[in-house]
Design a protein around this ligand. Structure first.
Ligand code: SF4
Length: 389
């Protein structure tokens, strides 16, 4: 639990913080902006001392009038909690679903992706820090209602919408309204998240999602404390909750950072925990770090580290372990746990051979965990920006 951070105490109007954003808006958008941006927040309660406590994530920020929480986007106004980024996004792109990464959820399909600003973790290695740190929002902001996003996804042939780039937990009201609009059109919703969410919000949030990729950033409390300003235990609770209490399809990603979370010992423990608590069929992705944000002196992850991590996790009995952010056909492809045959061939985000029929290996009939169709989609590796009006 944290009291609000002192440097967020004075909160000027949004357009005073981001004057260029105001200039960018159309007349219609300006009329919309007050209602879209500032939205009643949920998952909070009033305290006896006049502050409000946010119950959305395990930071449980306690805020005085005008203060913002650690995530920057939730604020105490008029004795209540508001979300200040409802309807405002960092921009929209159509990506391959494999980029989330999800390798067992409608392979080869296009996903309309967007994020907002801010984050409830403080990762020193953040690979999206220009979005998660709100100072750049004036360069990135665009406006879109949930219905407009769902309509755009349908118009562009996207099978799903992904809340990504920054953590959707902090804009949960916007994500859930968008997910509901998508569901009404038969479009799925995907959360790309650190899984750092409070117990009361967790059920409601995941009830709106069809799939998730959850970052398991390391496997020690020290890693989370020192490099993420967060805790490991709530994330493990989220993963167990997803497995035991929901039908949400989820995969796990661990970004391997040289010297920080890539020791044999830590990888053994991580893989053992996944096998024991989640079972062998939850896909695990080991991805490569590049120097970024506060860790510019840390080297890139060598491909051999990813291969070593994958071998350790496979030896623990996990069925689907992937390497990511590298060209590695063996590590990027899906192999049948029954006969060892190639199910889905991948080179980064490009798909080749596809041997799944009726959710089973086309060769031996072994059931493959995930959401598969009899033919794969062919969006490929393209990344296409989309403007939503
Ligand atoms: S969601 Fe934001 S305001 Fe709420 S507890 Fe987490 S960091 Fe604090």
């Amino acid at each position: 639990m944290c009291d609000s951070v002192s440097h967020f105490t004075f909160i000027p109007p949004l357009h005073a913080i981001f004057p260029s954003l105001r200039d960018m808006l159309t007349v219609e958008a300006r009329a919309m902006d007050e209602t879209l941006f500032e939205h009643p927040g949920r998952w909070w309660h009033a305290l006896d001392d006049g502050r409000v406590q946010c119950d959305l994530c395990p930071r449980f920020c306690r805020l005085k009038e005008g203060q913002r929480g650690f995530c920057f986007v939730r604020q105490c106004q008029g004795g209540a909690m508001i979300l200040t980024t409802y309807g405002r996004s960092s921009g929209f792109c159509i990506d391959p679903i494999e980029k989330k990464p999800l390798n067992h959820f409608l392979p080869g399909s296009a996903v309309l992706s967007f994020g907002t600003a801010g984050c409830n973790l403080g990762c020193r290695f953040c690979q999206n820090w220009d979005i998660s740190k709100a100072r750049e929002i004036d360069k990135l902001a665009s406006l879109a209602s949930p219905e407009a996003i769902a309509a755009a996804a349908a118009d562009h042939g996207c099978r799903s919408v992904a809340f990504t780039y920054n953590d959707p937990v902090i804009f949960a009201e916007y994500a859930l309204d968008t997910a509901a609009a998508c569901r009404a059109r038969g479009i799925r919703s995907v959360a790309v998240t650190a899984g750092y969410i409070g117990e009361t919000a967790r059920a409601e949030f995941y009830a709106g999602m069809d799939a998730a990729n959850v970052d398991l950033k390391g496997f020690t409390e020290g890693f989370y404390k020192n490099l993420c300003f967060a805790q490991l235990a709530p994330i493990l609770e989220t993963l167990e909750y997803l497995k035991k209490e929901t039908s949400v399809w989820f995969e796990i990603t661990t970004l391997l950072i040289p010297g920080q979370n890539d020791s044999d010992d830590e990888l053994h423990k991580l893989a053992e925990w996944v096998a024991e608590h989640l079972g062998p069929d939850v896909p695990l992705h080991f991805t490569a770090f590049h120097p970024d944000f506060k860790m510019l002196e840390t080297p890139h992850t060598p491909p051999a580290t990813l291969t070593r991590a994958r071998a350790i996790a496979l030896a623990k009995g996990l069925h689907f372990v992937y390497t990511g952010n590298v060209h590695d056909r063996d590590g990027g492809s899906t192999w049948c746990p029954g006969c060892g045959g190639l199910l889905i061939e991948r080179d980064w985000y490009e798909l080749g051979i596809y041997n799944i029929k009726d959710g089973r290996c086309a060769k031996c009939g072994h059931a493959i965990a995930g959401h598969f169709e009899n033919t794969r989609q062919d969006w490929g590796a393209r990344r296409v920006p989309v403007r939503i009006v």
